[in-house]
Structure formats: C-alpha cells, structure tokens
Design a binder for this molecule. Structure first.
Ligand code: NAD
Ligand code: UDP
Length: 334
C-alpha cells in the first residue's frame, strides 16, 4: 500500500516508517519539522535501503494536504503529526487544540474527497483519565487533566462520528502507553529539545552526564515501592503494531491499547537501566509531580486477540536501545 505518514520524521513516526518499508509498503511523509529534523528522513532511507517521498508541509493547511492527495494514490493515512508536551499544552491551549484537531479534520476531509478509506490515529492512554487499572478499551473515558489529553479524546470522537456517517471510512484508534527505546541501529530515537519531561530520556541524559541526577517524583504512591508505575513499550513494538493495525483494518471504528500489559515503577526502571547498561544512575526522591497518576498499565489482550499483535521486547531491551541511541547522539556538543 501507499501510506501517507504525517509526523513521519518524529520519534514514533520514523520507527513506523521503517517498519512499513520493511513490510513492503511505500511511504509518503508529511511533516512540518516543528519537532524533528529533515535528516531523519535520510536516515530512514539509509536503514531500510528504500526510497521515501518527503513533503515539508503543515497538515493543518488544507491546500497543501490536497496537493498530497492529488499527487499520490494514497491507500491509507497514519496520522502521527501533533504537538505532545503536556505542560506546554496547559500554557498554550489554543496551539494544541488548533494543531491537533484541525490537522485531523483536514486529513479526514481529504480522505473522504479522495476515497481513501483507511485512517490510523495516534491516540494515548491519557484518554482513560484516572480510571481503574488495567485500562480496557471498553471503559468510559474520564476527563484528562490537560488540553493535550483533551485533543486526543476529541479527535477520537470526531473520527468516530465521521466513520459512523461514512461506513466505508475505516478508523483505527491506537492508544499508546509509554513509548521508549529506539531502533537497534542507534540511528533514530527520541531526541527531545531542552530538559526532558519524560522519564527514559531524563535517565539516559543522567547516564551520559548531561544532567546531574534523576529526580524521582514521589515515593509515597500506593504502589509496591511507592514510585509511579507505567506501562513502557518499545517503540519498535509500537511501530509493528501500526503496520498490523493498518493491514488488518476493516470497516468501522476499532480501538486498541498498544501497551505490554506490564507495569514498571520508576525505581524498577532505574534498576533495569543500570543492569542493561552497567551504568549507575544517581537519583534523589523529591515531591510528587502535579497531575501525575500513581499507576497505569494496559489490558493488552484485545490487540492480541483481534490483530495477533503483542509487544515482544522487555524492559531490558528498552533500556539498552534507549541508551545506544543517546550515546550515539552527537547533538548539543556530546
Ligand atoms: P514527535 O514530536 O516526535 O513527532 C510528531 C511529528 O509531527 C514531529 O515530527 C513534528 O514535526 C510533526 N508535526 C507536528 N505538528 C505538525 C503539523 N501541523 N504538520 C506537520 N507535521 C507536524 O512525537 P511522537 O512521540 O513521535 O508522537 C507521535 C504522535 O503520537 C503524536 O500525535 C503524539 O501525541 C502521540 N503520542 C505520543 C506519545 C509519546 O509518549 N511519545 C504517547 C501517546 C501518544
Ligand atoms: N518521573 C520521574 N522523574 C522524571 C520524569 C518522570 O520520577 O524526571 C516519573 C513520573 O512521575 C511517572 C513516571 O516517571 O511516575 C513516568 O513519567 P513520564 O513523564 O515519562 O510519563 P507519564 O507520566 O506522562 O505517563
């Protein structure tokens, strides 16, 4: 299939492009590079030894998107493009609502105009809010605590309504848990700007000596060791999940958790990182971070049952591959 991958130069998008190309699909990337680099497109081609078509466009721009659909016979869209920093979304809600929602509507409209019937959307476990764990796809969604989370919940509703009104338009809503790790080549991975908000990139930068020590946000949660528990998933497993979701997409709206079903605490992750890489990660316990949930992980059984997909890589592989990328990453003078 010819797949339009929006946000394909980003962290999850780039790994998914590699997986799509390796599965024999053709890839057209549309990315405005607001949180990624053009070289990543070259690197995707280098890893796979396959060509990719790249457009530097903003997918909220309906005219620019129309050109893509006119120029290519597109069979399906995977829509990764979006702004994703939770804290920033509280400060700049309009940017988040505009970018994330308008892009989804513009792309869905182009799909209807050009009879493109497969649409895969990057959603997030954040749409569950503070539900009971494990999170199951059938749960009623609870309000999220920030505009970023609300954009995901709203896009899910918009796409669901469009699919209801247009029965041949098939939608897969993929709710990611906590993506970490990097391609085994060490050539692509997560390279956040500035000081990372997320745990794994923070840990890798401490390991590298860029940051002095990890601050563990609270050890008084009702979890086994008191630190927050999350369902970390290797980005390559996530990428493979997209390929299967697209290939097996049938009419209607399908919602899948993409997680491992396994919870890991902050201190367990630190220990796994030290074991995987033989590097000590100094840390201190500090106060809880506002808005954090104690523990969440997926019920990952639906994707396994219906798509035959489950995550294969364990926390050691996630720590090893994250570190390989960080130690290869020569930006910012390191
Ligand atoms: P990322 O920032 O690395 O990638 C997003 C890409 O989209 C970037 O390359 C950026 O330049 C591009 N982009 C943003 N707005 C655009 C626009 N209007 N037009 C064209 N390109 C645009 O983020 P990621 O971690 O790869 O996340 C991909 C998607 O998955 C996002 O929608 C994100 O919300 C979602 N998601 C991510 C996580 C996570 O923890 N990384 C978890 C759940 C969901
Ligand atoms: N965390 C931490 N120190 C950090 C970053 C994160 O202790 O510098 C904790 C955080 O409180 C949570 C877990 O690590 O329990 C995962 O946080 P992340 O921001 O990566 O994911 P999210 O909370 O958005 O699921």
């Amino acid at each position: 299939m010819n797949i339009l991958v929006t946000g394909g130069a980003g962290y999850i998008g780039s790994h998914t492009c590699v997986a799509l190309l390796e599965a024999g699909h053709s890839v057209i990337i549309a990315d405005n590079l607001c949180n990624s680099k053009r070289e990543t497109v070259e690197t995707i081609m280098q890893i796979t030894n396959k060509e990719v078509t790249f457009y530097e466009v903003d997918v909220t721009n309906s005219e620019a998107v129309d050109v893509l659909f006119r120029n290519h016979k597109i069979d399906g869209v995977i829509h990764f493009a979006g702004l994703k920093a939770v804290g920033e979304s509280v400060e700049k809600p309009l940017d988040y609502y505009y970018n994330n929602i308008v892009s989804t509507m513009v792309l869905a409209k182009a799909c209807l105009t050009y009879s493109v019937n497969k649409f895969v959307f990057s959603s997030s476990a954040t749409v569950y809010g503070d539900n009971e764990v494990p999170f199951v796809e059938t749960m009623r969604l609870l309000p999220t605590t920030n505009p970023y989370g609300e954009t995901k919940a709203m896009c899910e509703r918009i796409l669901t309504d469009i699919a209801k009104a247009n029965p041949s338009f098939s939608v897969s809503l993929l709710r990611y848990f906590n993506p970490v790790g990097a391609h085994e080549s060490g050539l692509i991975g997560e390279a956040p700007n500035g000081i990372p908000n997320n745990l794994m990139p923070y840990v890798t930068q401490v390991a590298k000596g860029k940051l002095e020590k990890l601050r563990v946000f609270g050890n008084d949660y009702p979890t086994a060791d008191g630190t927050g528990v999350r369902d970390y998933i290797h980005v390559l497993d996530l990428a493979e999940g997209h390929v299967v979701a697209l290939e097996k997409l049938t009419e209607g709206v399908h919602v899948y958790n993409l997680g491992t079903g396994q919870g890991t605490s902050v201190l367990e992750l630190v220990k796994a990182f030290e074991e995987a890489n033989g590097i000590e990660v100094p840390y201190e316990i500090v106060a809880r971070r506002a808005g954090d949930i104690a523990s969440f992980y997926a019920d990952a059984s639906k994707a396994k049952r219906e798509l035959g997909w489950s995550a294969k890589r364990d926390i050691i592989a996630m720590c090893r591959d994250s570190w390989r990328f960080e130690s290869n990453n020569k930006t910012e003078g390191f």
